[in-house]
Design a protein around this ligand. Structure first.
Ligand code: NAX
Ligand code: ADP
Length: 495
């Protein structure tokens, strides 16, 4: 990918227009130059091609490509969905008409009945539609249009993004060439389910970042970003364990001690110098049997806990903790006494929802790590609403509560309310019990090692997914403990 930035698909036309006006670039030359690049996405074997274009700048790019193809003697059918077109589109269409291309104005639902037969005769569909429906009538029309296009099951090249009516009705493109930067709709769960990253290419249109930097909504995280973060900390031969941080973990209950162990082990393997685990009194003595490096205590040992709260360089609360009054009291204690970053995970997220006043009093970084269900419970939003607007809901939540949010799932979104990142590692083989507990442990270690909280969260999410990706090369399913064992090698690789 040329650009790792993500912008709203609805801003592209405006960015192109602004660029052309500000730089006083001749617009026809601009579209023709772009079309010369775009033509390489049209398979040579496609002789008869259907174009769908509209009044947007994407539509103009479609018309410009059609114009070049007509000069290469391709047979073209253009369906134009617009009440008004750009001047350049009008000009391209006029020449295309003279060259005997078939051009139809698409504005009537009755036309859709015959559409299928016409498209089916062609070899390729180019979707250069970008103007989303504004009225209910337009919506119904567009929905039916997309259904007809999809029923033909032809190879389909989408310009900028596969046109959609709503989350369920998206043109099933086989290839996508997106302009300027990646698009926000690509992070929508429905879109992610329908398309793979491999199907998306980016064409910058030679528009410099200056013309869209105020429109950047988020950015994908790449390996270099993580290396840059990790390299900020260099260890010396004289370092002792406290230099590598002390993670305090409050986790586990009867039946879920595994969650506490997974978080603790993940923190250790992520390079934390010391892990203190406070857990259910009946279980504390079992912890060293599984992992002797972890210092274990009963969470009823409040005196020791208060000392550790002051000594810790990060505090993780929640994995397998249970939703009890005892857990709530521990959460309140942490929020009252912590002097370091706090990671709020799993059951602690559910508890904090009942005590929102806690979120008005803290003066240290707080990191929330919900999966979609936990986030829905916290925010009261429907899971569908979250899935469709992952960047927006994550950013708004982080801003509202002044926390760092990692909204987990495929392409985890991380935001501090100002800058938003989209993770590029991780896969469905990782969808197994305890995987979130491991991530929480990694974040606890990274924050304990004094990486800035946002950077620690980004690096942890990327590292966690990178372990899963590495393991899934040879396995269909990846266990949480396998990810833990992979951490040191992946960490070293990323440094
Ligand atoms: N070995 C262990 O001790 C384990 C303990 N765990 C702990 O068990 C407690 C409960 O965990 P959960 O919150 O996963 O509760 P559940 O596993 O009970 O899930 C609650 C609900 O969330 C839904 N859900 C889970 N993940 C989702 C996602 N990514 N998107 C949408 N819906 C989703 C489920 O369908 C379910 O309806 C936590 O404290 C957790 O840390 C789990 O991490 C599993 C492993
Ligand atoms: N399909 C997927 N693609 C990428 N990452 C995934 C996928 N499914 C799960 N994960 C990752 O695994 C972790 C699961 O966390 P969570 O749901 O809290 O699990 P648990 O409660 O069992 O510990 C998250 O970090 C999530 O991003």
């Amino acid at each position: 990918m040329i650009s790792m930035y993500i912008i709203d698909e609805q801003n592209v036309s405006g960015i192109i227009e602004n660029y052309l006006t500000t730089t006083k670039t001749d617009s026809t030359s601009f579209y023709l130059k772009a079309a010369e690049h775009l033509i390489s996405y049209i398979p040579e074997s496609a002789q008869r091609i259907t174009f769908f274009i509209d009044g947007s700048q994407i539509g103009t790019l479609g018309a410009a490509v059609a114009y070049l193809l007509s000069r290469a003697n391709k047979d073209l059918i253009l369906f134009v969905r617009a009440s008004s077109l750009t001047e350049e589109t009008e000009a391209f269409l006029q020449i295309l008409e003279e060259q005997k291309a078939h051009i139809y104005l698409l504005n009537n639902v009755n036309q859709l009945q015959d559409l299928h037969a016409v498209i089916a005769e062609t070899h390729l569909i180019v979707d250069a539609l970008a103007t989303l429906p504004k009225t209910q009538d337009e919506f119904l029309f567009v929905k039916q249009l997309i259904q007809v296009i999809n029923r033909v099951q032809l190879e389909t090249l989408a310009f900028d993004f596969p046109f959609y009516a709503n989350d369920e009705t998206i043109i099933t493109a086989t290839n996508i060439v997106t302009f300027i930067a990646a698009k926000k709709c690509f992070t929508n769960t429905h879109f992610l389910t329908a398309f793979g990253q491999d199907e998306i290419s980016i064409e910058s249109l030679d528009i410099p970042e200056l013309y869209y930097q105020d429109k950047i909504e988020a950015q994908y995280i790449d390996q270099d970003d993580i290396s840059d973060i990790l390299k900020q900390k260099q260890w010396s031969i004289t370092d002792h364990k406290y230099k590598f941080g002390h993670a305090l973990i409050i986790a586990g209950n009867v039946g879920t001690i595994g969650a506490a162990l997974l978080a603790g082990e993940a923190a250790l393997k992520s390079g934390c110098g010391l892990v203190s685990l406070y857990t259910h009194p009946e279980l504390a003595n079992l912890v060293p049997l599984r992992n002797p490096e972890i210092m274990s205590h009963a969470y009823t040992d409040i005196n020791n806990l208060q000392v550790d709260i002051k000594r810790a360089s990060s505090i993780l609360i929640g994995p397998g903790l249970g939703i009890t009054n005892q857990s709530l009291a521990l959460l309140e204690l942490i929020f009252a006494q912590a002097t370091c970053p706090i990671i709020v995970d799993a059951d602690a997220l559910t508890l904090i929802h009942k005590q929102p006043q806690l979120l008005t009093t803290f003066s240290y970084p707080v990191i929330f790590t919900p999966h979609a269900h936990e986030f829905a419970r916290f925010t009261g939003l429907e899971i569908d609403e979250i899935s469709s607007h992952r960047i927006d809901v994550a950013r708004e939540f982080a801003k509202k509560y002044n926390v760092i949010l990692a909204l987990k799932g495929y392409q985890t979104i991380i935001s501090d309310g100002i800058t938003t990142y989209v993770n590029t590692t991780g896969n469905a083989a990782m969808a197994s019990a305890g995987m979130g507990d491991v991530l929480a442990g990694i974040i606890a270690a990274m924050t304990a090692k004094q990486y800035a909280s946002l950077e620690a969260t980004i690096a942890s999410v990327y590292l966690h997914g990178a372990c899963g990706d590495w393991l899934s090369i040879e396995k269909d399913r990846v266990l949480a403990t396998e990810v833990i064992n992979e951490i040191p090698d992946r960490l070293q690789f990323l440094y």
